[in-house]
Design a binder for this molecule. Structure first.
Ligand code: C5P
Length: 401
């Protein structure tokens, strides 16, 4: 996700410095080239050697060291960055930034750079809550810096509250978002995901093995592209992607209700949910007792949510369905596309290895209403999601919306 991007990681002196090592590893793993700059106090917590080994680049630390300045000057450092990430950012660093003080390698770069700056504060809860710190943060936010707020919980100083450095995974996601072109900005997007559960007594239900991974990946990538995303999710173990509004439902009827309430306001709707086609006609109030007799459960059909969306589709809305099939994939998918009045359908062969329910990868064919068909190789669900949004964006650009 960060291939070809240059990230300058500024580290100031707090106990959370050790977490910055993990952050360097994550950035490098995503393909970024990382240059670390440490304040003098940061170097007292962890040696620059650690960051040099992880980033494979010399660590900037002394404005007046002929040695490091001759290899790469602070002005060059400021210029080469596509993004500056400050993690951990101490109260002292925030104060210096808000005042425009440039008295060391890091703060000099911060005045010289024109790259976006992401500030990830970490400090004692009282320092965090101090009106001066809060004022400085407001100043930085007004200047266009992105603030990744600290987490709440037990702090290294034995106190409880806000001040813990945000999770490194959240910092990585925020960095990816800042560096992703906002091609879906201003768009409202609804994604459904996961299975539904249809109970026939309080502890038993009909369902399917859907994990929600495909829908969550679609929501995450759309949010990265700056869309306003609502994720209507059946039961799933996955955490809500950052910056996405999630509505949790259990049954197909609840999912239909949640979706139809907001569907008319959406620019695009993608139904990845594996909605149960049937539900038990009755739900016993108590657990059905075991007996040696056979048990029949009468099933009645659930409404077809996507069918209703297609029938009431407002002009310009892009509607995308999924077709999970075990036979006649393309033909069944095309029939579904026409029957449900869709713009795109993503056909998914459930018999393929590494595709479909629960896996991290998928192998799909994207079929357009106009007939265009593209078969994608086996790839991660996030990559599949990127392809789907590329198609939807093309439909938007082609005057569909
Ligand atoms: O016709 P079929 O159920 O196979 O179509 C699959 C597509 O329809 C998926 O996009 C799925 O989310 C959606 N669907 C629905 N409501 C149902 C069943 C499926 O919206 N009751």
């Amino acid at each position: 996700m960060l291939k070809g991007k240059s990230i300058l990681l500024g580290i100031s002196g707090g106990i959370a410095v050790y977490k910055a090592a993990e952050l360097v590893r994550l950035f490098v793993k995503e393909g970024a080239s990382v240059h670390v700059v440490m304040t003098a106090n940061a170097q007292r917590f962890v040696t620059p050697l650690t960051f040099q080994a992880l980033s494979n680049n010399v660590v900037g630390r002394d404005l007046f060291s002929m040695q490091s300045e001759s290899r790469i000057s602070h002005i060059q450092m400021a210029r080469l960055a596509d993004l500056v990430v400050l993690a951990p950012a101490t109260a002292n660093l925030l104060a210096k930034m808000a005042a425009g003080i440039a008295d060391d390698y890091l703060t000099t770069i911060l005045l010289a750079t024109t790259a976006p700056v992401m500030v990830c504060p970490a400090m004692n809860v009282k320092m965090w809550e101090h009106p001066v710190t809060q004022r400085n943060l407001r100043t930085l936010a007004e200047l266009g810096h992105r603030i990744v707020p600290p987490g709440v919980g037990a702090l290294a100083c034995q106190e409880e509250g806000a001040g813990r450095l945000a999770d490194t995974a959240d910092i990585l996601e925020s960095a990816i978002r800042v560096l992703t072109p906002p091609t879906l900005a201003g768009r409202s997007i609804l994604v459904s995901a996961g299975p539904t559960r249809e109970h026939f007594d309080p502890v038993r239900f009909l369902s399917n093995p859907s994990s929600g991974k495909m829908g969550y990946a679609l929501a995450k990538i759309a949010a990265r592209r700056s869309a306003r995303v609502c994720l209507v999710s059946g039961p799933s173990a996955l955490p809500a992607p950052a910056g996405v509004e999630r509505i949790c439902v259990t049954t197909a009827l609840q999912m239909g209700e949640a979706i139809l309430e907001i569907s008319s306001k959406q620019d695009a709707i993608v139904m990845t949910a594996a909605v149960s086609d049937y539900r038990p006609a009755q739900r016993a109030a108590r657990k059905i007792k075991k007996s040696p007799e056979a048990l029949s459960v009468l099933l009645e059909p659930n409404p077809d949510i996507l069918g209703s969306l297609g029938a009431a589709k407002p002009p310009g809305q892009v509607l995308v369905g999924f077709a999970a099939e075990t036979e006649n994939l393309a033909q069944n998918a095309r029939d579904k596309l026409m029957r449900k009045n869709l713009d795109l359908i993503v056909a998914n062969d459930l018999t393929g290895e590494g595709a479909g329910f629960g896996s991290d990868t998928n192998e799909v064919t994207i079929i357009e209403r106009g007939g265009e068909e593209s078969a994608l190789f086996l790839m991660t669900k996030e990559e599949v999601a990127s392809h789907i949004w590329d198609r939807v964006e093309r439909l938007f650009a082609g005057g569909k919306n």
